[in-house]
Design a protein around this ligand. Structure first.
Ligand code: ADP
Length: 451
């Protein structure tokens, strides 16, 4: 087991990793920018190192400084959290060259899944169902027309290097196709320095359902069920639940088995998430994230398995703590991402939190790195905390969520709490009856109510 782990991240996820390391009796090193000197993870870590000025590229993305912090403190492993360097294959390679363990998959698997065309090809080869579309990159308009005609309109042009929904364009008919292709190519080139694009069938009303997996790197893998993250705004997840209200036990077992077998065959190591769109009873692979996800706590709630413990165990060579048969699902869990943003316009609201009071009681978990008097720096994402609620079934979970939201107080800044108070009382949400466009449509329909 590791003696000391350096946490190359900030905010709630840095604290989340720190808690897991402490429970395992491992020393922790926090790194931070000058803007985060007062952060909770810095205060709670055994040691801390300032790695640079506020801008992420100079601090949390500064590989040189992070490796130096590791060497100075004698940390033998790094947990990257999510975002920042968590899916950077070069970072994983540099750590290996310094004999520091990267708590995550191999650089090779990170690279493979980071290229969406390669990822899709690999998924297909491993027996995972994919969205119908082009076999690889589409260079010529003529070839694009042929493929689009075969799969049928509407089609979606996607960037191979894509992320955050950038470089995606819908073409509803052949007349739109050339323009969609050239816009997607130039957006992708500008955003990622790679203008390779591919074509997929555009699904009109899918849900976003993702499967959590853990591999031991030696040919064994398990799945921990799925999460439904269909409630999104601008491709950002807002509300996540486990299980999906749309799946039954048979569908869950079927997709879970397909994915865990594929991950085992790949020889994948650590935590991963295989993301699907789900429509009319069919799953369509869209991408795999080779890291811990923001929404991992809903899976922890229904399985009782600590995913960060599991990541650390696997990275240190200890293997998986459970077999598939030992994974038991219990009840239902929902996570709300509380952002420091206006609940209607979503304009970020940095500043000082004058009062922060979190809910408690049975089945309530709050993962947050903020506190009363904390000043939210303007340089990073606006997530200030996650409220995760668990119940024996979805109805109990929703009742508990409603009361937990009522107890939650965030004063001094704007937060998205009021949005969740609306959602928890909405009939479609109560029925679990929503697709990936539902929230955007809801917000557009209700914009006038709040003018
Ligand atoms: P990114 O890596 O840019 O986030 P993804 O492939 O994960 O790209 O897709 C992001 C989102 O775009 C999905 O969650 C979904 O809302 C939408 N999307 C992606 N592919 C399709 C598709 N074939 N049909 C309809 N919507 C899609």
């Amino acid at each position: 087991m590791f003696q000391k782990i350096l946490i190359a991240n900030r905010g709630e996820i840095a604290l989340r990793v720190l808690r897991a390391a402490k429970e395992l009796g491992i020393q922790t090193v926090a790194v931070h920018s000058t803007a985060d000197a007062e952060a909770m993870h810095v205060r709670l870590a055994d040691e801390s190192v300032c790695i640079g000025p506020p801008a992420s590229r100079d601090s949390y993305l500064n590989i040189h400084q992070i490796v130096a912090a590791c060497e100075v403190t004698g940390a033998d492993a790094i947990h990257p959290g999510y975002g920042f360097l968590s899916e950077n294959a070069k970072f994983a390679e540099i750590l290996a060259a310094h004999n520091i363990t990267f708590i995550g998959p191999s650089a090779e698997h990170i690279r493979l899944m980071g290229d969406k065309i390669e990822a899709k090809r690999t998924a297909k080869r491993l027996g995972i169902p994919v969205v119908p579309g082009s076999e690889g990159a589409v260079r010529e308009d003529r070839a694009a027309k042929k493929i689009a005609a075969e799969i049928g309109y509407p089609v979606l042009i996607k960037a191979s290097a894509g992320g955050g929904g950038r470089g995606m364009k819908v073409a509803r008919s052949e007349a739109d196709l050339s323009e969609a292709l050239s816009t997607a190519r130039s957006e992708a080139g500008a955003a990622f320095g790679d203008d390779a694009v591919y074509i997929e069938k555009y699904l009109e009303k899918p849900r976003h359902i993702e499967v959590q997996v853990m591999g031991d790197g030696a040919g064994k893998a398990i799945h921990l069920g799925e999460r439904d993250c269909s409630l999104q705004r601008r491709h950002q997840k807002v509300w996540e639940e486990a299980h999906s209200p749309a799946l039954n036990a048979e569908e869950r077992t079927r997709i879970g088995s397909i994915v865990s077998k594929a991950i085992a065959d790949l020889g994948y190591s650590g935590a991963g998430t295989v993301e699907f769109l789900y429509e009319n009873g069919e799953f369509y692979f869209i991408e795999m994230n080779t890291r811990l996800q923001v929404e991992h706590p809903v899976t922890e709630a229904i399985t009782g398995i600590d995913l960060v413990h599991e990541q650390i165990r696997v990275a240190s060579g200890g293997g998986l703590s459970a077999t598939q048969d030992e994974v038991r699902f219990f009840g239902h869990a929902i996570e709300c991402r509380i952002n420091a943003e206006d609940p209607r316009t979503f304009v970020p609201s940095p500043g000082t939190i004058s009062h922060f009071h979190t809910p408690g009681g049975l089945g309530v978990r709050v993962d947050s790195g903020v506190y009363s008097g904390y000043r939210i720096p303007p340089y990073y994402d606006s997530l200030i905390g996650k409220l995760i609620v668990h119940g024996r079934n979805r109805v109990e979970c929703m009742m508990r969520l409603r009361r937990a939201l009522d107890e939650f107080v965030v004063d001094g800044i704007n937060s998205t709490l009021p949005l969740f108070q609306e959602l928890v009382g909405n009939v479609d949400v109560a029925n679990g009856d929503y697709d990936i466009h539902w929230l955007e449509n809801y917000l557009a329909d209700h914009a006038a109510d709040h003018k």
